[in-house]
Design a protein around this ligand. Structure first.
Ligand SMILES: Nc1ncnc2c1ncn2[C@@H]1O[C@H](COP(=O)(O)OP(=O)(O)OP(=O)(O)O)[C@@H](O)[C@H]1O
Length: 238
């Protein structure tokens, strides 16, 4: 079976800086993958290229056997790549259920949207908060509303950029459970810095360093990798 997503010699330069440098990367259908790497390693630039928020300098992006490199963001979303940005893309002046309804409607139309909203609220444990304005929610819950929007859009690949940023320990654990839930029906790529969280996800890990793939493997192998420990984890990482 061919990969769901593949990049071929993907490169992005900003003047003299090569943010992404000939990256060949592949993710399978229904796979869960973590991307790690120090600040400036190129992770956000990589996500932006996958969702056409930024064009590559050179290289190609293949999704489901189709070259999507030159498509518009809306076309890529329609083909099935969803992104949850670090700063939630939610409408603070609308309620929890309205935010999720808008996402659901864009996929299934008005008729089917209500049942998608019910299922999503149940999955997120947010039924009691359904009428609350998103702007009044705690940080973690706002993040989960955006998870809800990704769930309602039902992409084939979800890109999650630092989903636990600013969360409490309990919220982080719950987020790992939600990602496992998402991953039952879609491939997920998570950019994260929280090593404990990545261990909890038990995913295959890709390490970026200075725009290149430095190492790939299961988390326990990554933790043992001398080069990764030197440039990213630090020698005392356990
Ligand atoms: N719009 C831009 N203009 C110029 N340089 C940029 C731009 N965006 C990113 N860069 C540079 O590209 C490199 C990669 O940045 P990027 O934000 O992708 O890294 P990152 O791994 O996501 O970092 P972080 O973990 O801090 O989010 C950095 O050297 C950064 O300064």
């Amino acid at each position: 079976m061919t990969a769901l997503l593949e990049t071929r010699d993907l490169t992005r330069r900003f003047g003299g800086v090569t943010a992404i440098d000939n990256v060949n990367f592949a993710v399978d259908h229904k796979e869960l993958r973590c991307l790690i790497g120090s600040n400036g390693a190129g992770k956000s630039t990589f996500f932006k290229m996958l969702t056409a928020q930024m064009p590559p300098s050179t290289g190609r992006i293949i999704f489901d056997n189709r070259d999507i490199t030159d498509l518009e963001p809306s076309e890529i979303a329609r083909l099935g790549i969803g992104i949850k940005n670090q700063v939630p893309d939610v409408l603070d002046g609308m309620s929890v259920e309205e935010n999720i309804w808008l996402a659901a409607r864009s996929r299934v139309g008005r008729e089917g949207a209500l049942s998608v909203v019910e299922d999503t609220l149940a999955l997120l444990d947010l039924r009691v908060r359904r009428k609350d304005l998103v702007g009044n929610l705690a940080h973690g819950q706002r993040q989960w509303v955006e998870f809800g929007m990704v769930i309602a859009l039902a992409p084939r690949l979800a890109l999650l950029d630092e989903p636990t940023a600013g969360m409490t320990a309990a919220e982080t654990i719950r987020t790992a459970e939600l990602i496992a839930e998402l991953n039952k029906t879609m491939a997920v790529i998570v950019v994260e810095h929280d090593m404990q969280f990545i261990r909890r996800l038990n995913a295959f890990v890709t390490v970026f360093h200075q725009g290149r793939v430095l190492a790939e493997g299961p988390m326990h192998r990554i933790m043992e990798n001398e080069e990764v420990r030197n440039v990213y984890l630090g020698r005392d990482a356990a």
